[in-house]
Design a binder for this molecule. Structure first.
Ligand SMILES: NC(=O)c1ccc[n+]([C@@H]2O[C@H](COP(=O)([O-])OP(=O)(O)OC[C@H]3O[C@@H](n4cnc5c(N)ncnc54)[C@H](OP(=O)(O)O)[C@@H]3O)[C@@H](O)[C@H]2O)c1
Length: 450
């Protein structure tokens, strides 16, 4: 940043996060100047529609629609990208980096898809590309992995990384709402987009997990190879059965070191009630990082929204101003850093089936046979029988997701007396030799509701 006491930044986007950034600089600009010695000036704000009414008052002359205005201004040394999407954000960031401008971004999708190209450009130009706001909003999880966990080997990261899905699951469980009703409520409150697919189908979590896994395990997870499951098929019945078995259902992103490389998974899991993330409700996010020296570290906070996200963006800016933007660990985005990976190490699963009222005992025997044939064990079971149908839930230990789905399909072909309504993995404590893993949570328990 040189010796100037005032830096000029271009802000790309003046939506939810952009307005939060402007308001934060208005509110705490003096404090930031006292602490860093720099005043931040924003002479350019890039938007799509210059006539739109804004949530914050800015000088009309700062609003631009052409990125050339700031790309060609040599006095602009910093670009803050909060516009979202892949293009034109990718091209503008790339050109900014190539022009020697530092970049702060909140764009997880762009980093998960094009991180390699952008980090290379930053490296080649000797500038910084900081991205704290891209994962878990206001929670400083990127800084923790980049600057704090340098003396630790990270064994595992497990996170509730999507506030919208967590809000929906919380409302379903707390108020007995269906998925559709809880989604509608989330949309009315502004927690969910008009098109909620990225949030509820797990893609947003997958982008964030790819970024965290990269920093934690030095591998570039190709998101197109990830099996991503969302919460749209979760039924109230699943949440109720899970609770009776001693679990809560959460949409998790999880990556961990195994004997065969890095295992990763994105999808709804049954999490033991004793796990710290089981207590994370509503739109909150949380991430548990397990390091070989520090043990388990859980960070909790607001994962989205105007101010939590703006906080992460502006903290990245102040890190640059304090010259501490030079982080110790950078992401590995090239294929050379890629390790073996698989997402099928979980051996405990929840299963929900439906049959006619008359067939439930027979179905029960079929499931017992599947477990026996595969050397697996039924840890929990429950059934609800009414006049028209029977709903049976099980937790079976000793079968991978593929084995479970294969066995059930085969059994159903021979005996088409039941329908599979859901198969979900159960969170299992990983076997880390150097750390304590207190969240076992798999004590056998049986509940039968007639
Ligand atoms: N919202 C959150 O809670 C949150 C949390 C974490 C990360 N993020 C990330 O932060 C970024 C911004 O999110 P947001 O919620 O603030 O989005 P938003 O409210 O939709 O705002 C996007 C802004 O970018 C501008 N923009 C979009 N495309 C443009 C283009 N092609 N050319 C010029 N301007 C363009 C829009 O201009 P107009 O206003 O003129 O349309 C708008 O001002 C995204 O990457 C998102 O994933 C958001």
């Amino acid at each position: 940043m040189g010796k100037q006491q005032r830096i000029k930044a271009a802000l790309l986007g003046l939506g939810t996060v952009g307005a939060g950034v402007v308001k934060t600089l208005m509110q705490n600009g003096t404090l930031i100047k006292e602490r860093t010695g720099y005043e931040i000036e924003i002479p350019y704000i890039l938007v799509r529609n210059p006539l739109k009414q804004r949530a914050v008052s800015v000088s009309r002359e700062t609003i631009v629609t052409n990125p050339e205005t700031f790309l060609t201004d040599g006095e602009v040394s910093l670009v803050i990208e909060v516009m979202g999407g892949v293009e034109p954000a990718r091209e503008i960031i790339l050109r900014s980096l190539q022009a020697g401008k530092h970049v702060v971004t909140a764009n997880k999708e762009l980093l998960a898809k094009h991180g390699a190209e952008l980090f290379k450009a930053a490296h080649d130009s000797g500038v910084q590309l900081l991205f704290e706001a891209s994962v878990a909003g206001g929670i400083p999880v990127i800084r923790t992995l980049q600057g704090y966990m340098t003396a630790n080997r990270v064994h595992e990261i497990t996170g509730i990384l999507n506030g919208t899905s967590n809000y929906i699951l919380t409302q379903m469980e707390r108020d007995g709402l269906s998925f559709a009703e809880a989604l509608r409520q989330a949309q009315q409150l502004g927690y969910a987009e008009a098109d909620p697919a990225s949030d509820v189908e797990g893609y947003d979590t997958a982008y964030k997990l790819a970024i965290l896994t990269n920093l934690a395990h030095d591998i570039n997870l190709p998101i197109e190879q990830m099996t991503v499951r969302g919460i749209s098929r979760i039924d109230l019945q699943d949440l109720q059965s899970a609770r009776q078995f001693g679990y809560v259902i959460k949409l998790l992103g999880r990556s961990r070191q195994t004997g065969n490389g890095i295992s990763f998974t994105v999808g709804p899991h049954l999490l033991p009630l004793s796990h710290p993330l089981a207590e994370i409700h509503d739109a909150f996010n949380a991430v548990t990082i397990s390091g070989d020296v520090v043990g388990d570290l859980t960070l909790i906070g607001k994962g989205a929204g105007e101010f939590p996200t703006a906080s992460a963006v502006v903290e990245d800016v102040t890190a640059l101003l304090r010259h501490t933007g030079h982080v110790l660990r950078q992401p590995v985005w090239d294929e050379a850093g890629t390790d073996h990976r698989s997402d099928s190490v979980t051996k405990t699963h929840y299963l929900r089936l439906q049959s006619s009222t008359q067939e439930h005992d027979f179905v029960d025997r079929l499931i017992a046979r599947i477990a026996e044939n595969n050397g697996a064990e039924i840890l929990h079971k429950k059934r609800i029988v009414n006049q028209t149908q029977a709903i049976m839930s099980y937790i079976i230990q000793g079968l991978s997701m593929e084995q479970m789905e294969h066995s059930i399909t085969e059994m159903r072909q021979e005996n088409p007396v039941f329908e599979t309504k859901g198969v979900l993995p159960v969170w299992e404590a990983a076997d880390h030799p150097e750390t304590n893993t207190p969240h076992d949570g798999l004590q056998p328990y049986e509940a039968a509701v007639g």
